[in-house]
Write a protein that binds this ligand. Structure first.
Ligand code: ADP
Ligand code: 5GP
Length: 226
């Protein structure tokens, strides 16, 4: 199945406090479903070791970020841990219109704005750590952050978790395989919602069903078609 569909794509938002395992889970989902595209955000924070411009983030200065807001080029934006972060509006519009699915690693403020703008297209998933001590253990064992950064993230975590009620799904990342199965199930089920399968149904009715499968396209999507 091609990742250009005749129906609308979906916007899969995954949020969690830092250290809960969202990057690990999302990386696995993208590896399994190559038709799921990652939304690369814009940020004013400095790149960390190993991060690539255009792959992890677009790193921009505050003036550029402000200009993007003025030109309405951000689908959502927020101040998170003292830095500005925002989602490219053209990337979202284009993905939706071409029927591609987008994965977002954004915070609850961003998820809320996207839900408001695209109520039918957004699926919100919140990843919870099994406990606060386990969250702390994971942050420390990851080894990417200084002690004071970890302390700040732990203080923020409770505040972020309080927003779980704004999400459609809550996944506790205790056992990684079980949490992944849950995320995968959410994605696959949401892909099969009637509002996203109208194109397929209408194609069958009109006798054009075979046109939905493009020979030679090796992209595996959430309908399970390789
Ligand atoms: P986030 O993106 O939410 O900040 P990461 O995906 O970087 O979190 O995970 C934080 C750390 O916890 C990493 O070292 C990761 O390997 C580890 N981790 C993720 N999920 C689990 C799990 N279910 N059990 C144990 N460790 C985990
Ligand atoms: P980090 O700096 O650790 O990569 O990300 C910090 C926080 O910012 C994370 O909670 C992440 O989900 C959030 N974030 C990253 N990109 C965006 C974005 O485009 N918009 C919003 N609202 N939050 C984002």
């Amino acid at each position: 199945m091609s990742n250009e569909r005749s129906e609308r794509g979906l916007l899969l938002v995954v949020s969690s406090p830092s250290g809960a395992g969202k990057t690990t889970l999302c990386t696995r989902l993208r590896r399994e479903f190559s038709g799921l595209e990652f939304s690369v955000s814009y940020t004013t924070r400095a790149p960390r070791m190993g991060e690539e411009h255009g792959k992890d983030y677009f790193f921009v200065d505050p003036e550029t970020f402000e200009a993007m807001i003025r030109r309405d080029e951000l689908a959502e934006y927020a101040l998170v841990h003292g830095n500005n972060y925002g989602t490219s509006a053209p990337q979202v519009r284009e993905a939706l219109s071409r029927g591609r699915d987008l994965l977002f690693d954004i915070d609850f403020q961003g998820g809320r704005q996207l839900r408001h703008k695209f109520p039918e297209d957004v699926v919100l998933v919140f990843v919870l750590p099994p406990s606060m001590p386990e969250l702390e253990r994971r942050l420390r064992s990851r080894g990417t952050d200084a002690a004071e950064v970890i302390d700040r993230r732990l203080r923020m975590a409770r505040e972020e978790i309080r927003h779980y009620g704004e999400y459609h799904y809550v996944i506790v990342n205790d056992d990684l395989d079980r949490a992944y199965d849950a995320l995968r199930a959410v994605y696959v089920a949401e892909r099969h919602r009637t509002l996203r399968r109208r194109g397929a149904a209408e194609a069958v009715i009109s006798g054009q069903g075979s046109l939905l499968t493009i020979p030679g396209a090796a992209v595996r999507d959430a309908e399970g078609v390789p």
